[in-house]
Design a protein around this ligand. Structure first.
Ligand code: ZN
Length: 206
């Protein structure tokens, strides 16, 4: 069961996407398109590929590499779309990466973008939670370090924010705080002094 709010969000997002498709991808202030809900609320990979034309390419689960690093989001495929209006996006069931836009970004920023979009698959439309999902993944899987977090902050701080995305500087601060908590937690865990360690409640629990 989906609350009426979710359906409304979908309607709004769908309208936005239609506007972009209709305008041939001309500059729109949206930073990405986020869809939530069950598979009936977004296009299938085939439908999306048909919509975006020959430039689009589906990369099956398990085959995507970013700077030589294999990535995955459960069993979900990724559609590479060089004409997409943002660096990345997500529909229920698959991810979108703009190969042209992410080119030149550092590996950790690319992994952050991919992981943020993956986060939407699990936590829904909330942008902050998707950011924290990516940071948690980065720490847990070992690809994110302090330098990478700074690169992410430099990247994200240029974004102004919109109706669903907080301003980039705020997203940076939120991720920085969470990163510190995660790293501190890991250190204390390793040192065996877990008496002061408190699980963070900032992020999703899965
Ligand atoms: Zn997002």
């Amino acid at each position: 069961m989906f609350p009426r709010r979710a359906i409304y969000q979908f309607s709004a997002a769908f309208g936005l996407a239609l506007a972009v498709f209709a305008s041939g991808g001309s500059p729109v202030r949206a930073q990405e398109f986020v869809y939530r809900g069950n598979s009936a609320t977004g296009p299938t990979v085939a439908q999306y590929l048909e919509q975006i034309g020959p430039a689009g390419k589906e990369i099956p689960h398990g085959q995507l590499k970013l700077d030589g690093k294999s990535v995955n989001c459960g069993k979900r495929p990724t559609v590479l779309n060089p004409n997409f209006d943002s660096w990345g996006g997500a529909f229920p069931g698959f991810l979108i990466l703009n190969t042209k836009k992410i080119k030149g970004l550092s590996t950790q920023v690319k992994l952050y973008i991919y992981s943020h979009e993956c986060g939407h698959q699990f936590i829904g439309a909330n942008e902050t939670k998707a950011d924290l999902f990516a940071i948690r993944r980065g720490v847990k899987w070992g690809w994110l370090n302090a330098q990478g977090l700074e690169e992410i902050c430099i990247f994200i701080s240029k974004l102004k924010g919109d109706a669903v995305h907080p301003p980039g500087t705020q997203r940076c601060e939120t991720m920085r705080t969470y990163y510190r908590q995660l790293v501190a937690g890991n250190d204390q865990h390793r040192a065996g002094t877990s008496s002061n360690w408190r699980p963070t409640t900032l992020g999703p629990s899965n």
